[in-house]
Design a protein around this ligand. Structure first.
Ligand code: FAD
Ligand code: ZN
Length: 482
């Protein structure tokens, strides 16, 4: 179909300059999968929170690794850059195109192989994370990666951002859950490193170059991921404490008293819990009293439920005695456990009705996480009295979403004008503590300047050299990360 928007391209990018390329792409993957209509591109041009938007000539939907390779080859010849996209749930602007072509992996959605004995699954990049979890469940196994966006993010996006989530404490980041990858390089060559080996010392570990590269070095088309024994029991509690210091003491206790059954230790400030109670449908405060801070704790295991419950209760009793916690609610049924989880899962969404917020995704050594919350909160309050800090997140990984909601009576725009100033305050403290200004969401476009500021200069130089070797023509996701 030729329409005015097709000729002009979506968002004003003129696709008439690229007629031969678009024709060749249609021949290669089918006209139905080369979309140029503005309506088809609209949601692909904007990042999840609407903070940044871009332009593109077309959206490609190849259906196989070979088709991805052909697309990249044709685009390279025509010198038209390509932005890979999965579920477009990334929070760093990495999937927003800046002209050129968007290539989505949504049709690469097959589970190629499940090998329960090897405890692996070979999945294509466009498989939605929740579908992979369900496929693992079908063979009585667990794929532990878990994020609030799991119903729409894709495994290719998870790999490309080295996503974290709520089970890192026990199972690691996405990087730790991958054994092999298949990648199409910018010039169309296919790197087949799709092995399911737990031991393989045959030179450089190339797969880890592409994991976390945010689509700047190659397009991941498939991966071999690890499966784990499915837990038969989980014990879940929300506990209240007087602040970050007792929360850290509690974390250390849980580590030592519950050993490797501890799979979640998440922190929620009172303001965050209040926002969830106020704005998330069906969520209520499970405690009678109001407390300064909360931790969501979950143990999972393969023994009897009663044993796990006893282990959790024993640790919490000791924590009460040591005055690390002042209140606790233990989920007595699966529904109650889910209700406790909902308090954490709705946190990001519940901040939206409270007006603009300035977000930080930072990590420090776990031993410094309480200090970080105290020091950064004070520094930000000093900068703007009336500010509403809302730190929450993966306390047990040393990773906090240190979000700042605007003062109640301040205009959103006036508050957002301080984004850079708050970034500097928070990231300097993080840096001072030996931490990272980007723990799990990546660099994309949002944090490029921070990368220049904080990354070791030799590391930056090596990253640039690697980019030049793999993508000399700057064909893949230009303007992202570096
Ligand atoms: P996209 O957003 O489409 O892409 C992300 C980046 O990867 C882009 O740079 C893109 O170019 C590149 N890319 C995508 N697919 C490929 C591919 N096949 N090959 C090469 N490059 C590719 N993240 C966390 O880490 N932990 C969380 O707890 C978490 N919670 C979230 C909760 C919500 C409600 C939302 C909206 C997001 C959350 N995120 C979280 C961020 C996001 O979901 C993750 O970054 C996710 O891994 C992105 O997957 P995606 O398929 O949406 O990727
Ligand atoms: Zn997170």
């Amino acid at each position: 179909m030729t329409t005015l928007t097709a000729e002009r391209g979506a968002s004003g990018t003129d696709s008439r300059d690229h007629v031969p390329l678009l024709d060749a792409l249609r021949d290669a993957i089918g006209a139905a999968y080369v979309l140029t209509d503005a309506q088809d591109l609209a949601t692909r041009l904007v990042e999840d929170r609407g903070l940044r938007s871009g332009t593109a000539i077309a959206l490609l939907r190849p259906g196989s690794t070979e088709e991805v390779a052909t697309c990249l080859r044709l685009c390279q010849t025509a010198k038209v850059p390509v932005t890979p996209q999965g579920g477009n749930t990334g929070l760093a602007g990495g999937g927003v195109p800046d002209g050129g072509i968007i290539l989505t992996t949504d049709r690469l959605n097959r589970i190629r192989q499940v090998d329960p004995t090897n405890a692996t699954m070979t999945v294509e990049a466009g498989c939605i994370l929740a579908n992979i979890q369900a496929a693992a469940d079908e063979v009585d196994a667990l794929f532990p990666l878990s994020l609030a966006s799991e119903g729409s993010c894709q495994i290719g996006g998870n790999l490309s951002t080295n996503a974290g989530g709520t089970a890192v404490l026990r199972y690691g980041n996405t990087r730790d859950l991958v054994l092999g990858v298949e990648v199409v390089l910018p010039d169309g060559r296919v790197l087949n490193d799709l092995n399911g080996l737990r031991k393989n010392n045959t030179g450089y570990d190339l797969k880890n170059l592409f994991i976390g590269a945010e689509g700047t070095l190659g397009i991941i088309t498939a991966a071999v991921i690890k499966l784990f024994p499915k837990p038969t029991a989980r014990a879940t509690a929300l506990v209240a404490c007087t602040g970050p210091d007792p929360a850290l003491a509690l974390y250390a206790r849980m580590r030592s008293q519950t050993a490797d059954t501890l799979s979640t230790f998440e922190y929620i400030d009172r303001l965050g819990l209040q926002m969830v109670v106020d704005h998330a449908p069906g969520c209520s405060d499970p405690m009678v009293e109001v407390h300064p801070a909360y931790c969501l704790i979950e143990l999972t295991g393969n023994g009897a439920q009663a044993d796990l419950d006893a282990r959790l209760e024993g640790a919490l009793e000791a924590a009460f005695e040591a005055e690390e916690i002042i209140d606790a609610v233990i989920g007595a049924s699966e529904a109650q456990k889910d209700a406790l989880w909902a308090l954490r899962e709705n946190l990001s969404e519940a901040q939206k009705p409270e007006g603009a917020s300035i977000k930080h995704d930072v990590s420090v050594p776990v031993s410094r996480v309480a200090d970080f919350i105290k020091v950064a909160t004070q520094a930000c309050m000093d900068h703007m009295p009336g500010l509403r800090p809302c730190p929450f997140g993966h306390f047990g990984d040393g990773n906090l979403h240190f979000n700042l909601s605007r003062p109640v009576d301040m205009a959103d725009a006036d508050f957002l004008a301080e984004y850079g100033a708050f970034n500097r305050i928070v990231h300097d403290i993080v840096h001072e503590m030996g931490g990272s200004f980007s723990a799990e969401h990546g660099i994309g476009t949002f944090k490029r300047a921070e990368l220049r500021r904080y990354k070791d200069p030799v590391a930056l130089e090596l990253m640039e050299q690697l980019k030049a070797v793999l993508d000399p023509g700057q064909m893949l996701n230009p303007g992202k990360v570096l």
